[in-house]
Design a protein around this ligand. Structure first.
Ligand code: F6R
Length: 616
């Protein structure tokens, strides 16, 4: 899972490639590389470095290379240690005349590598990608035409991949191949831009070709030839699309994560406003997809990580507000399970980035079955999810840069809370006035979210973060909607602070996890506004205290018993019960942020992670 970029044209390639890669660094930052053909003697030149793109930029400043045909890459390691520079892209053939940058996984690389070694090829990396370069070397040697070599190459490769390749002997063309992983081309004036995501070249051209699945493009500076994997030529259909690639930077915040926590009030309100002004469009989509919205009998939600947590919370919205049974699927498991298309059901695929391979794979299974309408819920309008889902719902979070998702989570919840009311309205269960009231509840909740962070931030930074940063592990508990919220909190603490955290439904601890309670394992309990659920949570908290556990609670105003029981408490004003967790979202995220900062973690770019996971 990586980002690739390429350029062929009238200008030098390096500045576009570095700027493009900078915008795509969310896709991985283990290493970076650049290769080009020297304008003076046509030789293949390259540079690669471990770590963030900035290291490559520094190297290229020190040892400049550039050319009119170039490729670049940032890596999220799949095959081969990120600590070895040899594993950084580009990868080469034996003669170092072919350079390849790749996103995806060549699943049969092991057997291909074995054969190639038997034929005398020498490998320098542990990656699957290097196999492509060596295999292409043999194909070019045994085929009369470039195209023939490419067709034979792709016939041997299994898995999901998007790669860009330049060859010293072919200085006027660049090879692009796409199978499942995304790849798109920006058509300029005597120049072509290539990248995993169109935001890389959004300021250069609006004329974009999204390469179809299983397609090959041989790109020249002024023309594109496209073929399918059998070699039949295909028509090129550029779209005119304008994408906003700009970000408003970190402003005065120290980290993007912090900025994005504070963006949430505005983002939630913007999302509510967007939904209200696009009601007709949403209605059209829902009524086309479900035979009739009033017949809707099941809602399926699928996602990964934080999006999956938002989906689990949204299950309570749909089942409570519009009374539609809802099933939530983990995308990575979905494709391993039998799939049954249902009548009168919709399938909502949720992904902040819209590029998560597992979520897209789940969507494709449903799309290919033809049996159920699909909707993509995403924050990125240029994403694959937007293009492949039957219809879409967009959050208005603005670009989320920090790897840990914050405002995308709260705006996903916003959309789904609103959607549950919207469906209830269509079913005649609530009035338009009540939908407007739900919108107001969301806006109020957004304000409460922000106020709660403001109220506690000083205390968290100076008292709680230094204290909780000392622990090596933590337990999180919740019930009902606060259970998936606790899952989200535990995920955040793991990914940003690197503290091992385990989450349970509070009622389950007596079935085993209570054995873990000791003075070295803080227990965080996320309360609920419903009196019955609160009482049960209180009993579970008492079970922890009775075993000398260290208890920290996120509670609501008036929950004195729980607050008094806890060693530390954070108290949030009451909002609509189903929005209680949204109201405490900022506080929970800020708490984790402050611990990570105390520990000196690279908050916006945690180790081993990436913002968009485009491998399964
Ligand atoms: C955690 C986080 C990840 C993502 C997950 C799915 O903070 O960001 O768990 O939620 O990788 O990503 P999307 O939503 O882009 O599909």
């Amino acid at each position: 899972m990586c980002s690739v970029a390429g350029y062929i044209g009238k200008n030098y390639s390096k500045s576009f490639i570095l700027e493009g890669l900078r915008r795509l660094e969310y896709r991985g930052y283990d290493s970076a590389g650049f290769a080009c053909l020297s304008p003076s003697d046509g030789r293949l030149l390259y540079a690669k470095t471990q770590g963030r793109l900035i290291c490559l930029e520094e190297r290229l400043n020190q040892f400049p290379i550039d050319g009119f045909l170039g490729v670049g890459h940032t890596r999220w390691s799949t095959h081969g240690s990120s600590a070895r520079l040899d594993n950084a892209h580009p990868h080469f053939d034996c003669e170092k005349t072919i350079a390849i940058v790749h996103n995806g996984i060549v699943e049969n690389h092991h057997e291909l590598k074995k054969q190639l070694i038997e034929y005398g090829h020498v490998f320098h990396s542990q990656t699957d990608t290097e196999v492509i370069a060596h295999l292409f070397e043999t194909m070019l040697a045994t085929h009369v035409t470039f195209k023939g070599a490419v067709i034979s190459l792709v016939a041997r490769l299994e898995g999901a991949y998007a790669f860009v390749c330049i060859v010293q002997q072919y200085p006027d063309q660049m090879l692009l191949v796409r199978r499942h992983s995304p790849l798109c081309i920006g058509i300029g004036d005597d120049e072509m831009f290539v990248a995993s995501d169109p935001i890389a070249f959004a300021d250069k051209t609006k004329k974009i070709v999204f390469m179809p699945d299983e397609s090959i493009v041989i790109a020249h500076k002024d023309v594109l030839e496209m073929y399918d994997f059998s070699g039949a030529s295909s028509a090129i259909v550029p779209q005119t699309v304008e994408y906003d690639w700009r970000t408003d930077g970190k402003k005065d915040y120290e980290h993007y994560m912090l900025k994005e926590i504070f963006d949430q009030r505005t983002a939630i309100c913007a999302t509510v406003g967007f939904l209200r002004s696009n009601m007709d469009h949403i209605w059209d989509q829902l009524s086309i997809w479900a035979d009739s919205i009033t017949q809707l009998q099941c809602i399926h939600l699928v996602g990964c990580g934080t999006s999956w947590h938002a989906a689990r919370m949204a299950q309570f919205f749909f089942e409570t507000i519009c009374k539609i049974p809802t099933r939530v699927h983990l995308a990575s498991e979905f494709r391993c399970m039998p799939f049954f298309a249902e009548k009168n059901a919709i399938f909502i695929a949720m992904s902040q980035s819209g590029e998560t391979a597992d979520t897209l794979a789940a969507l494709r299974i449903v799309n290919e079955s033809g049996g159920m309408p699909t909707i993509g819920l995403t924050n990125v309008d240029s994403s694959t999810l937007m293009r492949e889902a039957g219809g879409f719902l967009l959050t208005q979070a603005g670009r989320e840069i920090a790897v840990a998702s914050t405002k995308a989570f709260s705006t996903q919840l916003t959309v789904l809370y609103w959607l549950a009311h919207f469906i209830a309205l269509q079913k005649g269960m609530i009035s338009d006035g009540q939908l407007e009231q739900a919108e107001e509840e969301l806006r109020t909740c957004a304000q409460v979210l922000e106020n709660a962070v403001e109220e506690y931030k000083f205390e968290i930074i100076h008292t709680h973060a230094p204290h909780y940063a000392q622990y090596e592990r933590a337990i999180f508990l919740g019930r009902h909607i606060s259970y998936p919220f606790a899952l989200e909190a535990a995920l955040k603490l793991k990914e940003v602070a690197y503290i091992f955290s385990q989450c349970y439904p509070a009622g389950e601890i007596k079935h085993g996890p209570l054995a873990l309670i000791d003075k070295n394992t803080p227990v965080f309990v996320f309360s609920h506004q419903d009196e019955l659920i609160y009482r049960k949570l209180l009993s579970n908290a008492q079970e922890v205290k009775a075993r000398d556990g260290r208890l920290a609670v996120f509670a609501f105003e008036g929950q004195q018993e729980l607050i008094c029981l806890a060693d530390v408490s954070f108290v949030v004003p009451r909002v609509k019960p189903l929005l209680g967790q949204l109201a405490m979202t900022g506080l929970m995220q800020f708490f984790v942020y402050a611990i990570a900062k105390e520990l000196g973690r690279p908050i916006d770019y945690p180790r081993n992670l990436a913002k968009a996971l485009t491998v399964e």
